[in-house]
Design a protein around this ligand. Structure first.
Ligand code: SAH
Ligand code: SF4
Ligand code: F3S
Length: 450
């Protein structure tokens, strides 16, 4: 059996590395690559920040509050440095790419700055910092995919893992900083993806999530996203396949057909709508209309009647009228989302909307609209969970439930969490469960014996 790259034990020489991760799943995946690169260069991973010789903070720039949190962490790091002057602090990820030298200037206490495409140079940057200089590399690349680096799996439930299959974004939605922090789209060789997924399966993993900023724009030679999904699904019927995040423009009939034809491709699609108003969608440069989006929803339902659909929504984008806001609420009702990530618009310097539109909805009004969206979604989430009661679902066990040692938790194909009595099961088992009840966030079930 091929080994997966595991954490080396904390013995011997080697400086100790601590890593803190913010932002999206891509960042979570990148941290696993960073630990792998650092381990290969003699660093040892530690979960205890107090014994670290080097601390890396993998950052997010998507909204202003994400960056404010990081500034707060950096001030805590300066306190740690007072106790241990040799401590090296590095900022990596999207905020590193966005702010570059600014992160080192003016007493921030930061020694290293590395953007998402320069993680291979981290050991060298760390050495520079250990010698008392500052290390910075924020070069973006057209090719870097870290394809051959075996990530060190940090989540360690041993059941489900992320595989980054593409990086970057070419869509330039008006509000979004990602194309600037992550660079242009590039896809990874499918053979390396299949090999990584197979190794995970052989090591006991039962679920892989294929990741990308626009995962369904994946394209490598003849292999598009539907073909790649089929290749990964064919590894074993016992290996579940998920993906995130997809752009509505690439939810093709071909992809839906492939999803419908494999039981182990999970019946869950995260399809960010952002707004229900055509006026806003146009200004956001989303490249679809409300009608077109709803037609794609209808197509999903045609191919997979029991597919869960989730979304992202932005409240209070530039010039959003009350009518536009109502259109978002009505879109939500029309689709009946199982769940949603909901945000207030946050202007990001350098983006198209920051340069061309006024951020003209008052913060209190943004909050009011967001609260309406959240209240409606809570209602829709409850309805979506109530519709599950009485159904029989296959659950992949992830571990012990938070509430009780006697209970396990795991997800259905639709990505809903189910809690049920342990029986003889453990993490990685598939259990057939009848859904007997729910709260707004969780389903409760009973194992059934066929
Ligand atoms: N690539 C994905 C999502 C990336 S960012 C996609 O296109 O769907 C995750 C979510 O953050 C976005 O879907 C959007 O809803 C939100 N977001 C991005 N920029 C934002 C901003 N400036 N203000 C508020 N929310 C934003
Ligand atoms: Fe941002 Fe749009 Fe790209 Fe998503 S598709 S990462 S929202 S620019
Ligand atoms: Fe944040 Fe960068 Fe992801 S801005 S959401 S960490 S791509």
């Amino acid at each position: 059996m091929i080994e997966i790259n595991s954490l080396r034990p904390l013995t011997g020489e080697g400086k100790r590395l601590f890593i803190e991760t913010y932002g999206c799943q891509m960042n979570a995946g990148d941290s696993e690559i960073v630990v792998s690169i650092m381990q290969d260069n003699g660093y040892r991973y530690t979960e205890d920040v107090n014994e670290a010789d080097i601390i890396l903070i993998n950052t997010c720039s998507i909204r202003d509050n994400a960056e404010q949190r990081i500034w707060g962490r950096l001030s805590a790091m300066r306190q740690l440095k007072k106790r241990k002057p040799s401590l090296i602090v590095g900022v990596i990820g999207c905020m590193a790419e966005r702010l570059k030298e600014q992160l080192i200037e003016k007493g921030t206490g930061v020694d290293i700055v590395a953007g998402p495409d320069s993680y291979r140079s981290l050991p060298e940057l760390a050495r520079t910092a250990e010698d008392g200089s500052k290390g910075i590399n924020v070069e973006l690349s057209k090719e870097e995919t870290y394809a051959e680096i075996a990530p060190v799996r940090l989540d360690r439930n041993g059941v489900s893992a992320f595989i980054a299959i593409m990086r970057g974004c070419n869509n330039y939605c008006a509000y979004c900083v990602v194309p600037y922090t992550r660079g242009i789209e590039r896809s990874r060789d499918p053979q390396t993806i299949v090999a990584e997924a197979r190794t995970l399966f052989e090591n006991g993993y039962r679920e892989v999530t294929l990741l990308g900023q626009n995962v369904n724009s994946y394209s490598y030679g003849e292999v598009g996203f539907p073909e790649l999904m089929a290749m990964v699904a064919q590894i074993s019927p016992l290996l579940r396949v998920r993906f995130a995040t997809s752009h509505p423009k690439d939810i093709s009939d071909r992809l839906l057909e492939v999803m419908a034809s494999y039981d182990n491709i999970c019946k869950a699609i995260h399809l960010p709508a952002q707004s229900g108003s055509n006026e806003m969608l146009k200004k956001m440069n989303r490249k679809y209309t409300r009608e077109w989006y709803l037609e794609r929803i209808a197509a999903i339902r045609r191919y997979m009647p029991d597919c869960a659909i989730t979304t992202d929504l932005i409240a209070g984008f530039c010039g959003e009228t009350l009518e536009d806001h109502q259109a978002t609420l009505s879109l939500m009702r029309e689709v009946g989302y199982a769940s949603a990530f909901m945000f207030k618009y946050s202007e990001r310097p350098g983006t198209f909307s920051a340069r061309h539109f006024a951020d003209d909805i008052a913060d209190e009004e943004k909050t009011r609209r967001l609260n309406e969206i959240i209240a409606l979604q809570n209602q829709l989430s409850v309805e979506s969970n109530e519709a599950e009661v009485g159904l029989i679902r296959q659950v992949l066990v992830e571990g012990t439930s938070k509430r009780s040692e006697e209970q396990l938790c795991g997800r259905t194909s639709q990505n809903k969490m189910v809690v049920f009595d342990r029986g003889n099961h453990s993490a990685g088992d598939y259990v057939t469960v009848k859904i007997t009840g729910c709260s707004s966030a969780t389903l409760f079930g009973e194992e059934i014996f066929e």
